[in-house]
Each structure stands twice: as C-alpha cells, then as structure tokens.
Design a protein around this ligand. Structure first.
Ligand code: NAP
Length: 297
C-alpha cells in the first residue's frame, strides 16, 4: 500500500514524487513510456529559470527523476489502465496488476493533437511526425513542412533548420507564439513562411508527401511536422471526475479534485499556462495537499 501513487512521470509527476518522497511518504510514480513526458521531447528550454544558456529537455527531466529517486520515489513501469478513486483505499490497475494507495495524484499530461485530415493517420511514421526532436535528424538535406503557429511550432521550425529547408504553414497571418524564438524562426533564411493557409489532405507520392492546401495549391515535402496544440490524456478519469469540454480535469490551483484524496497536477489540469514550470509547481502543491489529506485521515 502506497501513501501516494502518482499517475504519470512528466514534470508534474516527478516533482510530486520528489516532494512526497522527501516528506517520508511511500511514493510510486506510474510511467508508461520514458520518464519526463512531453518536456523530454523538447530539444531546448530557454525559459526554465536557473539555466541562463537554456537546458536540454531530456537532460532536465532526467535530473528531475534522479533527484526524486534519490529521496526514495519508486517508479512503476507500465500503462495505467483503470482507476478506482472512491473510498479510503484507491486503486490503479497497471498492465493487469492492481496497485493500492491512500491518495492519488493524476498527472497524465497531454499529447499532440492531430490535424484530422485525410492521409494523416496512415502516414504517421512515413513522413508525418509530431516530434521534431525525435525525427528531425531523418531529414538532413531534405525539405520539410511545419504546421502550426504556437510555441511548439516555433521550436520545431528553429530545430529543423539545422537539418532541412522548412516550409512553415500556419492557418492565420500572425503567430500565436511571441518572443525571441519566434523572431528567430521568422527571420531564418532557410524558412519559407506560408501563412494564412492550412492542410486539407496529405498524399504519399514517390516516397514524398504532397500536401493539399486550403489556398488551392499543393506543396511537396519529404516530411511534415504537425504542431497544432495538445490534448489532455484524461481518458482514465472520464466518468470518474468532472472534466472541461476539452477534456481537462477540473481542479483549482490547490490541485484538489471533486474526490477526497485525489489530486490533479500538470498539463491534464484545467489551467491558463502549460509549461514545465507550472506543471512542476502543480506537482509540489499536489504532494503537499496529499500529505495534508493523509495526516488528517
Ligand atoms: P498552442 O499554443 O495551442 O498552439 C497551437 C497552434 O496550432 C496555434 O497556432 C493554432 O492556431 C494552431 N492550430 C490549432 N488547431 C489547428 C488546426 N486544426 N489546423 C491548423 N492549425 C491549428 O499549442 P503548442 O504550440 O503545442 O503549445 C502548447 C502549450 O505549451 C502552450 O501553452 C505553449 O505556450 C506551451 N509551450 C511552451 C514552450 C516554451 O515556452 N518554450 C514550448 C512549447 C510549448 P491559432 O493560432 O489560429 O489558434
């Protein structure tokens, strides 16, 4: 029986794990993929305080995990499949094995949103990617397109210029992203802006992708990186906890959910700003609130 089980090992989950383990509570973090979540797929973070020259996403997340493990946080590798949240004992089913805890922190994070156009699904891994840091190096000396106008698209464009010529597609004339990184991407000589248009369909022809654009023309590229936002990974909580219409778990800044002993931290929570630092802050608050709940039991 754990004191606190944390579902998800991204910035929120690992910080919750650090605070909970350091408070002497028996703490487990359930993680299905690699530790660090979305931040681990980010090449470089320039706005995480304490690193004046920026820091690599994988490097930062690895140090989050090492720090939490040093204080005794346990990692449970596997896919959380079902939750039982009511009652004093909570349960999480992980790959067919049931784990029990006195409190739960939900920190499942978010995943890239799909465009939802014909040809997208069948070309994932065959030219269509949602992770420039993971797949960018495959396009050395080639031509790629990036779709999106947020911070992720800006990062992808900047990252991909080290390998490829980049066509940058965005559905509006102005970016959602602002700041130095956006200015750098806009000014890069290897980047061609094709704003005010979106992709209607993706076709694979002669080992390349042909993109049908809303402007009526087509674009032929070797790879397409889609960066049109994220969607919360809250399927597990559906029907158990109130969600927003976009699927985020409803919990305040105190991370308290509608069920006693259940807390929610990070990108899967309804909140105005989703960054490593806000996910991390949530994790600290959630661990504190869970510890307080346990001491009141
Ligand atoms: P985002 O900020 O939600 O931006 C999504 C972009 O995709 C927007 O430009 C949006 O267009 C566009 N879009 C959405 N649906 C579309 C569709 N169906 N077709 C075409 N375009 C579509 O998502 P994000 O860039 O992934 O960022 C998510 C969060 O992480 C944000 O809070 C962001 O600030 C944060 N983040 C921060 C950093 C950093 O600070 N270093 C890095 C990465 C991410 P519109 O502009 O027209 O809405």
């Amino acid at each position: 029986m754990y004191d606190i089980l944390i579902v998800g090992g991204g910035a929120a989950g690992l910080t919750a794990g650090l605070y909970a383990a350091r408070a002497g509570l028996k703490t487990g973090v359930i993680e299905s993929g690699f530790a660090g979540g979305q931040a681990s797929t980010t090449d470089r973070l320039e706005n995480y305080p304490g690193f004046p020259d920026g820091v690599g996403g994988p490097e930062l997340m690895m140090s989050f995990e090492q720090q939490a493990s040093r204080f005794g946080m346990e990692t449970i590798a596997g896919q959380a499949e079902a939750l039982r949240l009511t009652g004093l004992e909570k349960n999480v089913m992980v790959d067919g094995t049931e784990y029990s805890a006195r409190s739960i922190i939900l920190a499942m994070g978010a995943k890239p949103r799909k465009l939802g156009v014909p040809g997208e699904e069948e070309n994932i891994g065959r030219g269509v990617s949602y992770c420039a840091t993971c797949d960018g190096a495959l396009y050395r000396g080639k031509t790629v397109a990036v779709m999106g106008g947020g911070d992720t698209a800006v990062e992808d464009v900047n990252f991909l210029t080290q390998y490829a010529k980049v066509f940058w597609l965005h559905r509006r004339a102005s970016l959602r992203a602002m700041g130095r990184a956006a200015d750098r991407a806009l000014a890069h000589p290897q980047v061609t802006q094709m704003f005010s248009r979106t992709i209607l369909g993706i076709r694979r022809e002669d080992a390349r992708l042909t993109l049908d654009l809303s402007s009526g023309d087509t674009l032929s590229v070797d790879g397409l990186f889609i960066a049109v936002g994220t969607q919360p990974m809250t399927e597990l909580a559906r029907g158990l906890l109130p969600l927003t219409k976009d699927g985020y778990i409803i919990a305040g800044e105190d991370t308290v959910t509608a069920i006693p002993g259940v807390f929610c931290a990070g990108d899967c929570r309804q909140k105005p700003l989703r960054q490593v630092i806000t996910a991390s802050a949530d994790g600290a608050v959630a661990a504190f609130m869970a510890a307080r709940y346990l001491s009141e039991q």
